[in-house]
Design a protein around this ligand. Structure first.
Ligand code: PGA
Length: 249
């Protein structure tokens, strides 16, 4: 059975006080759930979030990391540093990192390797921009992203890979992919994984959907057979919206 996961990507939101109060709210809302629940605060709030969630099932994950272990890389944070405070999962390849910080498929391959080498899990994001979708290239763009960043890995490495399909045109725009569009790409990704590896691998990897998931549309999206949860931006900043989404699994 594939893991069901709902992860909140807080992006560059919430200072320390807001982080603490959102976590207090999240703890009130949380109840037993089938899904693994994660939140990704900013780097400065990872440790306070970790402390606030001690003995709690919500996992604290990072939004990014550098590919090198240490050195003269001003302003960067390594996998080793994340691990040293207990962070075991990192989001890589988010479209905002690709767009605003020029992260390429090749760079992301290095980041994935660094995370896996440190025993971390990776939530690997991929997805097409609007022009690609309009031109009918969504499937090939997605395949290239996976191929160039992940397909150098052994099959066994995928135990620590979670995929997140995030069509760029649906992120923060209020425009969601229809459940059918999400299902179509998720199924395509499993086919691509079967082609490269095998069926067993393709069926075992969790694939999350991200892009304007809200309490009102989560259930329908999550009901699709190849959608194993969500990566949630805007709606993860409100505890009751976030838990409404978690409970839609
Ligand atoms: P959104 O963001 O839910 O605000 O569209 C999703 C994401 O960027 O992961």
């Amino acid at each position: 059975m594939r893991a069901k996961i709902v992860a909140g990507n807080w992006k560059m939101n919430n200072d320390l006080a807001m982080t603490q109060s959102l976590i207090t709210e999240l703890k009130k809302q949380s109840q037993t759930s089938n899904a693994e629940v994660m939140i990704a605060p900013s780097f400065t709030n990872l440790w306070p979030a970790f402390e606030a969630l001690k003995n709690h099932k919500i996992e604290v994950v990072a939004q990014n990391m550098h590919q090198k272990a240490s050195g003269a890389y001003t302003g960067e944070v390594s996998a080793e540093m994340l691990k040293s405070i207990g962070v075991n999962t990192v989001i890589l390849g988010h479209s905002e990192r690709r767009e605003y910080f020029d992260e390429t498929n090749a760079l992301l391959a290095e980041k994935v390797d660094a995370a896996l080498k440190n025993g971390m899990r990776v939530i690997f994001c991929f997805g097409e921009v609007l022009d690609d979708r309009k031109s009918g290239w969504a499937e090939s763009v997605v395949k290239t992203q996976l191929k160039e960043s992940l397909f150098h890995l052994d099959k066994s490495a995928f135990e620590n890979i979670i995929l997140a399909y995030e069509p760029v045109w649906a992120i923060g725009t209020g425009e969601t992919a229809t459940p059918e569009q999400a299902q179509e790409i998720h199924k395509h990704v499993r086919n691509v994984l079967t082609e490269k590896y095998d069926d067993e691998l393709a069926e075992s990897v969790s694939i999350l959907y991200g892009g304007s998931v809200k309490p009102g549309n989560a259930k329908e999206i999550f009901s699709k057979p190849d959608v194993d949860g969500g990566l949630i931006g805007g709606a993860s900043l409100n505890a009751s919206d976030f838990y409404a989404i978690v409970n839609a699994i």
